[in-house]
Design a protein around this ligand. Structure first.
Ligand SMILES: Nc1ncnc2c1ncn2[C@@H]1O[C@H](COP(=O)(O)OP(=O)(O)OP(=O)(O)O)[C@@H](O)[C@H]1O
Ligand SMILES: [Mg+2]
Length: 247
């Protein structure tokens, strides 16, 4: 199982919106997914109540001590992806979520105040030696503001930005807000829209970052070799029947 956590100090940066968007993009890519809600504000549970379907399941975990055992149970049950939405600020449960994550996504709007507010989340991810990436969200379509933001993030991370800035950037568009209001993810609300395409692209970037493709390919190899075995057995059986004289 891979656990992806969305966390940042700053409220309204898009943690819940991205958690929902990515959960549906991962489902559409064929993964089993559960949304974990650690934010008592209940954005995900409220969204789930507006849906016509129970999928993806939204599971609340509000206490830090519950986090690791519950995650282990989910992993043992065969779940492939857990996506964790956290509250703004840095609570004990958020710290636990980051500690047990396979990837900590830090969404930020392209403003100085928002980028500065990522520092505390970044330091927790680094302290627990967890992989992290920034997601620039609610950006204008293009412009100087984006260039400045990416430059500042590169300095903050002191790393090659190609590794730590998730792609594509997620542009500010009404589709995200309208989807959530209707109990949908953006890929369900406007599947052919640009926002849905960006979120699908972001999921693919995450797959690569986590090397999920490799896991999927291993599974495909296993299925193919099992299928080969069955075909071989069937061919041998057929050969037996044609070559063994009837008694
Ligand atoms: N790319 C986007 N384009 C337009 N609106 C967006 C985008 N991302 C998020 N929003 C909107 O911004 C607001 C805040 O987003 P969201 O609730 O996901 O942030 P959050 O980080 O989870 O907030 P909180 O810290 O309160 O939990 C919501 O109204 C949401 O619809
Ligand atoms: Mg939220």
């Amino acid at each position: 199982m891979h656990t992806i956590v969305l966390a940042t100090q700053k409220g309204g940066s898009g943690k819940s919106t991205l958690a929902i968007g990515l959960a549906l993009a991962a489902r559409q890519a064929g993964f089993s997914v559960r949304l974990i809600e650690t934010d008592p504000q209940g954005t995900l549970s409220n969204w789930q109540r507006r849906r016509d379907t129970d999928e993806p399941v939204v599971e609340p975990i509000y206490y830090a001590a519950d986090f690791e055992p519950r995650l282990k149970m989910l992993a043992d049950s065969g779940l492939q992806i857990a996506i964790v939405d956290t509250a703004a600020g840095l609570s004990a449960v958020t710290t636990a979520a980051i500690r047990y994550s396979d990837l900590c996504l830090i969404p930020t709007r392209p403003t100085v105040a928002d980028i500065e507010a990522t520092a505390s989340t970044l330091s927790v991810a680094r302290a627990w030696k967890r992989p992290y990436s920034f997601v620039l969200n609610q950006t204008p379509i293009r412009g100087q503001r984006i260039d400045n933001a990416t430059h500042t993030l590169a300095e903050e991370a002191a790393l090659d930005l190609a590794d730590v800035l998730a792609r594509p950037l997620i542009v500010m568009r009404n589709d995200h807000q309208d989807a959530l209001a209707n109990g949908l993810a953006v890929s369900e609300y406007a599947p052919n829209g640009k926002s849905a395409a960006e979120i699908r692209g972001l999921w693919r970037w995450i797959e690569n970052r986590l090397e999920l493709e490799a896991t999927t390919n291993v599974l495909i190899d296993q299925v193919m070799s099992a299928a080969d075995g069955v075909l071989l057995a069937a061919a041998e059986h057929e050969l037996d029947e044609t070559t063994t004289p009837a008694s």
